[in-house]
Design a protein around this ligand. Structure first.
Ligand SMILES: Cc1ncc(COP(=O)(O)O)c(C=O)c1O
Length: 453
């Protein structure tokens, strides 16, 4: 039996839980919204307030909270085979079907093999490790370093945190992996080059990457990891030339390209993958989150055929994979993903993500005209938008994080859950959002910004 009394839940929440990404004392002093129900694109809290979830769970509930086909697939699989491992010697029918479906889904991206995981951080760790192993199989033992972008987010395992581009997720946990180097992000609003033209900035960043490769020595670098559109770092869409240029540089120097698509895969950007949005094929693609619509912790690292070939043709034993998770290929997660993928395609969800994404972005730009507190709006590719708050527009002084939190709370009171992250408000609603839902999100933010401006 789960207690339903709101006061009991608030009083007990932080007494026994250490929340991710929160100070334990703050969690004790300021009880969070306690979500007890979900319906369509809306969530309901312990006090009965119903709000539009403009966070989409955590960038993962793409099809909303009422996707019955996934719920039924989970329930059926639980009754048939609730668990079996895929470590050497055993497999299961659900995961075999899913790997087949994923190979079809990602065919255009050149990705034909899957390594299954329990989530995004696991997927990142897997891609980092397999990319080092790829070079070792080929006899290139010196290629062990990783390059990534500042502002990039790659989860919180030690490998992922090491390539992470934000000090908040690093400093307390240092020392991290040696041999990880962070390049300037194509972030037009703030960058070391003082360049606000996206195309020129993309070239400057790529030049910096190439200079670093030459400085480190290409023969020491295993992989470059990046999000096609940086998400948690504040929704930073690069110019369309950026990722193709990175692909070219990686090819030139024999460096593998890992696309971290934990947010962008399965339709969020208005394309089926971020790599496809930019017209490139990565060597590895990390996915998780929306693969099960958030209903089951699950992830999949997609592997390019060229990389798979190196592993599969090895005769020395060097390609034996010494990596894996108890829940790699979990049959219940696999069943959820099979149903989710089918439903995502049946709805052709990319169309709605694109159309509603444009409306949301345009709506946010309208807010910027009215509210001095907004310094920058980023989006324009599907349903991922950031509103960057500043206390002084001319000097681009970042607003206090308390301002973003106040706006989050005011928007919640006005009927919409948004996410405050540093001085950004991040919007990543379910992709099944309606036009009317978009208007409600913008309206709630307008009220919140007016009250806190
Ligand atoms: C791009 C990216 N990579 C990795 C992760 C980590 O995923 P998880 O939280 O499922 O471990 C996230 C999570 O937000 C992400 O956005």
């Amino acid at each position: 039996m789960i207690h339903s009394n709101a006061n009991f839940l608030k009083e007990n929440n932080a007494k026994h839980i250490f929340h991710p990404m929160a100070h334990p004392k703050d969690s004790l002093d300021n009880p969070p919204a306690i979500i007890t129900g979900g319906k369509g694109v809306r969530i309901i809290d312990a006090e009965g307030n119903e709000t539009i979830d403009a966070v989409g769970g955590l960038w993962n509930v793409n099809l909303g909270y009422s996707c019955d086909v996934i719920k039924e697939a989970i329930s059926q699989q639980l009754n048939t085979l609730p668990y079996y491992s895929t470590f050497r010697g055993t497999s299961n029918d659900a995961v075999i079907q899913l790997s087949y479906d994923l190979a079809e889904f990602f065919n255009e991206d050149g990705l034909s093999r899957t390594f299954f995981t329990s989530g995004g951080s696991d997927s990142v760790e897997t891609a980092l490790r397999l990319s080092r192993q790829y070079h070792k199989i080929r006899g290139d033992h010196g290629r062990v370093k990783f390059l990534s972008l500042k502002k990039g987010y790659h989860g919180t395992h030690i490998g992922g945190a090491s390539v992470n581009g934000n000090a908040n997720f690093r400093t307390a946990y240092e020392p991290l992996l040696p041999g990880c180097y962070h390049m300037p992000a194509p972030y037009t609003y703030r960058n070391p080059f003082n360049e606000n033209d996206p195309q020129k900035l993309a070239k400057l960043c790529v030049d910096a990457i190439e200079a670093e490769i030459v400085f480190q020595g290409a023969s020491t670098i295993a992989a470059f990891i990046m999000e096609p559109i940086l998400g948690a770092g504040g929704v930073i869409p690069p110019h369309k030339s950026f990722m193709p240029m990175v692909r070219k540089i990686c090819d030139k120097y024999g460096i593998l390209l890992i696309a971290d698509e934990v947010i962008t895969a399965y339709g969020r950007t208005g394309a089926w993958s971020g790599s496809r949005l930019w017209g490139i094929q990565p060597d590895f693609m990390c996915t998780a989150k929306a693969i099960t619509n958030g209903y089951f912790p699950f992830g999949a690292v997609m592997i390019h055929s060229n990389v798979a070939k190196i592993f599969e043709e090895d005769k020395t034993g060097a390609a034996a994979i010494g990596h894996g998770y108890t829940y790699s290929g979990h049959p219940v997660g696999a069943a959820a993903a099979i149903a989710c993928l089918k439903e995502t395609q049946r709805l052709n969800i990319v169309e709605n993500a694109d159309a509603r994404g444009t409306e949301l972005y345009q709506g946010a730009l309208t807010l910027m005209k009215k509210h001095e507190l907004i310094g920058d709006i980023r989006g324009g590719h599907g349903l991922m938008v950031a509103i960057e708050l500043v206390s002084d527009r001319d000097n681009k002084t970042p607003a206090e994080s308390a301002t973003a939190l106040n706006i989050q709370q005011a928007a919640y009171k006005a009927g919409v859950m948004v996410r405050a992250s540093g001085n950004n408000i991040i919007l990543s609603p379910p992709l099944v959002l309606t036009k009317d839902d978009v208007s409600q999100i913008i309206h709630a933010l307008d009220i919140a910004l007016t009250n806190n401006g």
